[in-house]
Design a protein around this ligand. Structure first.
Ligand code: NAD
Length: 428
């Protein structure tokens, strides 16, 4: 069992810390955000993630996890330090590694013995050398730098961490890789040990490939509408081919979140820097940006001028099971509609705090019917299955016009048409 310091208690850091504590390691989770650490010390989570509360509760009861803002003490008492801070997108599309380097600088100052420094944040290849140099400025102690990219998805993060499809470890030395491999003892999945650049590219290429699948199916959906085909049937037929598979073949309003948009742009930037023109990925990003406009066009087709119209969103977060709205299509679509003079109301089972919407002026309702009252149109934004069970007869009676734009193709179009709704999905 190892003594671990996890820096950054966001989606990746907190799940990593909690799960390694569940696996009997001694874990100190550190964050510079005092409010987050205070909440965690009160037994509250700073965000919702299914199953995480229980894992943390159990680890706390077993005295396997503590939360602190004291990075010095945490580094001094650990053998392995995981860097899990954010790597947001810079305006030019490249990854901003300043948080990672800030942490590296502190590690160098506080290191008091041999250390493995593991980078779990999604950061470009050159960041590894920068981390190494930054630590070396202040430290005379030996340290290993290891890349151990994280593949968990928000909404299923605990399960993804404990039962991953694979673990990837990138290291310059065999010993460096082995010490991290030991942490995953008992995991029923392949553990791939490789050089650092390959580990990093595995992460960027995986996210970029998934983004490619989404943009590809959205392009097919747009073609379906033009030639009278049904994307649901096309995607089903494609997905049954084992070489293709059914996942990430759902047409809709495009991908969002804190990873796919930024990681695909960072990979393009990485390719440009290496003198390689990543044509497909440029198109994937362009298609995704265009896809959000599809909703606006459909609303205009039915409502004409959008000024003074009320549009109700079902769902706000970029996917079900999270309150994360970073790069969420909802925010981008809402801002465009507000520019056109629309009033936007919304309901999301987890997004309850308007500050999560980055200044976007949306009225958040506590129940779906309240958001829908007097609306000229309902737009399904997030694919919550529960939305299919709403009382649509009642919804029709409280709307100004019975128009539904289903941005995720989850509702029963035949039933809604029978009830007298005008229904439009994507690619149907
Ligand atoms: N969110 C995901 O689904 C996911 C999945 C795989 C990989 N990743 C990658 O993991 C990294 C973290 O993502 P996230 O979603 O957990 O980010 P996040 O924004 O949720 O959390 C980052 C945390 O780091 C803390 N932090 C920043 N600077 C710090 C410092 N100097 N000292 C201590 N704490 C500091 C922040 O306060 C914050 O709590 C990113 O590189 C991301 O691309 C994310």
């Amino acid at each position: 069992m190892a003594n671990l310091c996890i820096i950054g208690t966001g989606y990746v850091g907190l799940v990593t810390g909690a799960c390694f504590a569940k696996l009997e390691n001694n874990v100190i989770c550190v964050d510079c955000d005092e409010k987050k650490i205070a909440l965690l010390n009160q037994g509250k989570l700073p965000f919702y993630e299914e199953g995480l509360e229980e894992v943390i509760f159990e680890a706390k009861a077993n005295q396997k996890i503590v939360f602190s803002t004291d990075l010095k003490k945490a580094v001094e008492s650990s053998d392995i330090v995981f860097i899990c801070v954010g790597t947001p997108q810079r305006p030019d599309g490249s990854a901003d590694t300043s948080f990672v380097l800030e942490v590296a600088d502190k590690i160098g100052q506080f290191q008091n013995g041999p250390l493995s420094v593991v980078i779990k944040s999604t950061a470009p290849i050159e960041a590894i050398e920068q981390v190494k140099q930054t630590i070396s400025v202040n430290s005379n102690h030996p340290f290993e730098i290891v890349s151990n990219p994280e593949f968990l998805a928000q909404g299923t993060a605990v399960r993804d961490f404990l039962k991953p499809d694979r673990v990837v470890i990138g290291s310059k030395t065999k010993e460096g890789a082995e010490s991290i491999k030991n942490l995953y003892t008992g995991f029923d999945c392949p553990i791939i040990i490789t050089d650092i650049a390959s580990a990093i590219l595995t992460k960027y290429a995986s996210n970029s490939f998934l983004a490619t699948k989404i943009s590809f199916i959205n392009e097919v959906a747009n073609l379906c509408e033009k030639v009278g085909a049904n994307i649901n049937d096309v995607a089903k037929g494609m997905g049954l081919d084992r070489r293709i598979g059914p996942l990430f073949l759902k047409a809709g309003i495009g991908f969002g979140g804190s990873c796919f948009p930024k990681d695909s742009k960072a990979m393009v930037d990485m390719a440009n820097g290496a003198g390689s023109d990543f044509k497909i990925l440029n198109s994937v990003i362009e298609v995704n940006e265009r896809q959000k406009k599809v909703i606006i066009d459909k609303l205009k087709k039915h409502l004409g001028d959008l000024a003074n119209k009320k549009v109700a969103f079902l769902g706000v977060a970029f996917k079900p099971g999270t309150e994360d709205t970073r790069e969420a299509p909802s925010v981008i679509i809402a801002n465009k509609l507000i520019e056109e003079g629309c009033q936007i109301s919304a309901y999301d089972p987890l997004v309850k705090d308007i500050s999560l919407l980055n200044g976007c002026k949306v009225d958040l309702a506590s129940v779906p019917y309240k958001a829908i009252e007097n609306a000229d149109a309902v737009v399904v934004i997030t694919e919550y299955k529960d939305f299919c069970d709403l009382d649509f007869s009642h919804i029709k009676s409280i709307m100004k016009q019975p128009l539904i734009i289903d941005g995720r193709n989850i509702l029963d179009s035949a039933q809604l048409s029978k009830l007298g709704f005008t229904y439009e999905g994507i690619g149907l």
